[in-house]
Design a binder for this molecule. Structure first.
Ligand code: SAH
Ligand code: DHB
Ligand code: MG
Length: 222
């Protein structure tokens, strides 16, 4: 099995079930033009996030880690006209590209990018007593995962879903002695989840155009 094959299969699924999407293509093009890293979710993964948002009946979505707004567009499209997506981004260039992409996608009225360290913005959201989010997508710096999970729990309600990206990283997560801060972040995340009686969770491995990686899916129960 090779990366080439995983990409070919993703291309097949994308062609069969998603098709051409000029808005998303333009968003990706703008990201590439601005020199942003090519680490957005793949089209099948973006659609998975959209289906999950629709399945939980999301009216409010929180994203940690915006990049160019590619995953934000996928998720915001699941929202009703009066829905809200707030995405947190630390890099002002990324935030600018994302705001333009969300505007060009016709989503400026419901999707907003907040610039700053996610840990700070999450604290501000909690202190402001913001309404609970129905879906949280955690996809920023990986060492921050345990902190972001803690805030996500504060900012959700029973029935909400929390999704964490990049929890496998080529299999490095199985190395319990890893000193890679990203892997340690994933280990601490799993320990925090396991110690948290309010949630049930699983992690699933994936292959595709983004290589060998995976998601953690966490349901808030109470
Ligand atoms: N969710 C995006 C990809 C996000 S890439 C998509 O799939 O389309 C990760 C992003 O997190 C980058 O833009 C990076 O600048 C941002 N980031 C990294 N550390 C952060 C932090 N401490 N607070 C907020 N954003 C952060
Ligand atoms: C990286 C980050 C991501 O969020 C991702 O989906 C893939 C790769 C990275 O930092 O390498
Ligand atoms: Mg990611």
């Amino acid at each position: 099995m090779s990366q080439q094959q995983w990409t070919a299969v993703d291309d097949y699924f994308t062609g069969a079930l998603i098709g051409a999407d000029p808005v998303l293509a333009a968003a990706q093009e703008a990201a590439d033009k601005a020199g942003l890293p090519q680490i957005a979710v793949s089209p099948p993964q973006g659609k998975l996030l959209q289906l999950l948002a629709r399945t939980v009946g999301a009216r409010r979505i929180l994203e940690v880690g915006t990049l160019a707004g590619y995953s934000a567009i996928w998720m915001a499209r699941a929202l009703p006209d009066d829905g809200t997506l707030i995405s947190l981004e630390i890099d002002p260039v990324h935030a600018d590209v994302a705001r333009a992409n969300l505007r060009d996608a016709g989503l400026a009225g419901i999707a907003e990018v907040r610039l700053g360290r996610a840990a700070d913005t999450l604290r501000e959201l909690a202190e402001a007593g913001t309404d609970p989010f129905d879906l949280v997508f955690i996809d920023a710096d990986k060492p921050g995962n345990p902190v972001y999970f803690g805030w996500a729990l504060e900012l959700t309600r029973p029935g909400s879903l929390i999704v964490v990206d990049n929890v496998v990283r080529g299999g490095a997560v199985a190395d319990l002695a890893s000193t890679d801060p990203a892997v340690i972040g994933v280990h601490r995340l799993h320990e925090a989840i396991a110690a948290e009686p309010r949630v049930s969770a699983t992690s699933v491995q994936t292959v595709g155009s983004k290589g060998y990686d995976g998601f953690t899916l966490i349901r808030v129960n109470r």
